[in-house]
Design a protein around this ligand. Sequence first.
Ligand SMILES: *Cc1c(COP(=O)(O)O)cnc(C)c1O
Length: 507
Amino acid sequence: MRGGPDPCWHFHGDLCRIGAIPEVTGMDMSMKLIFEKSIAGRGCDLLPECDVPVAAVGNKFIRNSEIHLPEVSETELSRHYTELMKRTFGVNDGFYPLGSCTMKYNPKVNDEVAGLPGFAEIHPLQPVGTVQGCLEVMKLAEEYLCEITGMEAMDFQPAAGAHGEFTGLKLIAAYHKERKDTKRTKIIVPDSAHGTNPASAAMSGFSVVNVASTKEGYVDPEELRKVVGEDTAGFMLTNPNTVGMFDENILELTKIIHDAGGLNYYDGANLNAIMGLVRPGDMGFDVVHLNLHKTFSTPHGGGGPGSGPVGCKERLVRYLPTPRIILKDGRYEFAEKPLESIGRVKAFYGNFRVVVRALAYILTLGGEGLRNASENAVLNANYMMQKLQGIFDMPFSGHCMHEFVISLEQLKQEKGVSALDFAKTLLDYGMHPPTMYFPLIVHEALMVEPTETETKENLELAVEVYKAVLEQARKEPEMLHQSPAKTVIGRPDEVMAARNPVLRYQF
Ligand SMILES: *Cc1c(COP(=O)(O)O)cnc(C)c1O
């Protein structure tokens, strides 16, 4: 099904098919859903026989209708997922410069390590004496990440970046509360912050105060002075910010907040721009979160497990989630819960194997390797940005960090070609589009983050492709409204998918 604007790609029971209909034979060769492939009685028993006593389950928990599971052979199952895989685009398919998401290549060896039985086949409730190595992994990862960020302690419970923000803000709240400084109810968030920042501040019970950026893309210290006060609980800075700039006034900003009695929060989701070069802890920040699933080698996208650990300075350590791991008489154990702790933010100990990958990544690269990774992330982004300079409109055209922003506003006005059209056309060149329509402060934005794992040749090819698409957009703008033309799935109806998602198969 090509060319049409809406090949229905989400589950619609019998109505929906993904794929092409050969014109010649008229046979329907479109991809079937796994439920449609199911034949009663077929299947592959992958579960071993139960080798533990069967426990009785209360009647109210027992289902009273049969469970509908697809019944297919192992071959069919394997082909089904391979077929699905071919319809998507991943880092192993090509250039994937999705700004702010750091879709870089993650070394396979870290996956191997995380798959070792001693890490993969444990239970969160088994006695600590039997998982000493795992606790050591968490403790070591904590030490290294504290060293990298300049923090005193770090906690791995948060399962994502936004979850880390929530946790970090709860630490700030606990700090003011214990000091009985209850008038501090506001968190200051610049307009160049990642969208999760104001959302997390609101979710953790603060009200959000916006502060505007200068035209160069930095937080304006004068504007910050105007909004800071006795009601300031803290300041959240995404750095590098969402336009890819390192805030050059950073020391002044954190000082303004500290002088007013507030705390500073560093959104370190994009640490691959700075690790090994500068540390949030040395720039006046009291709390930081990292995205291990961006910077530290866990593949992401598609909703896999993530990890958004939160690090903090000494004065906030006792509010961290519990349990904390301690080393006592040569043995790792869980410390008693301190009364000031904000408590748990997730069951058990976070997504442990994401932490294993992070530690493996840190140990294989070493301090120098981590610094090189950051330097290359920044170099690659600047290389591409310079090559596109003067051809594309770039609202913040200084020296960028790991990503840069293009505005297609003029193209939209003159030719009616939007950032979406442009992005969709890139797919026909075998490249994943950059992030679109973000940051919100730039109209028709494309945010390009090449990452440190791309070669110079790939960057140069991408530059040529971007130029070619721009050229085409000027010559035959209508064509771009139809793109992509070569992918299996064209343009899904995003509004319908968001408003009316059909996520269950209707039998
Ligand atoms: C990705 C990102 C987040 C959110 O992380 P999630 O794991 O998606 O919750 C927060 N801040 C910045 C700067 C990010 O790039």
